[in-house]
Design a protein around this ligand. Structure first.
Ligand code: SF4
Length: 79
């Protein structure tokens, strides 16, 4: 298993839904047409952050890469 963070700049999200098409388990469609990152906490800078420990790093990187406005970042955490 690897530990990593998913960081989401929700303000800049345009609701293209590419992320949720790839991983609907964590990218949930919200009422305003954008998505919510399931289980994420809002940081002081306004971005949403979720720490994950699983084997889905590449899968979540694919979802991040699919975002047309590049508002999803994946950060590896040193073990
Ligand atoms: S792919 Fe990007 S712009 Fe589209 S809903 Fe997901 S985070 Fe928002």
């Amino acid at each position: 298993m690897v530990k990593y963070k998913i960081i989401f700049n929700r303000e800049e999200c345009i609701g293209a839904l590419a992320c949720s098409a790839i991983n609907p388990d964590i990218w949930l469609l919200a009422e305003d047409g954008k998505v919510d990152l399931k289980g994420a906490k809002k940081r002081e800078d306004g971005r949403w952050e979720l720490t994950v420990e699983d084997d889905n790093l590449q899968f979540n990187k694919d979802a991040a890469d699919a975002c047309p406005v590049d508002v999803i970042k994946i950060e590896d955490i040193e073990q």
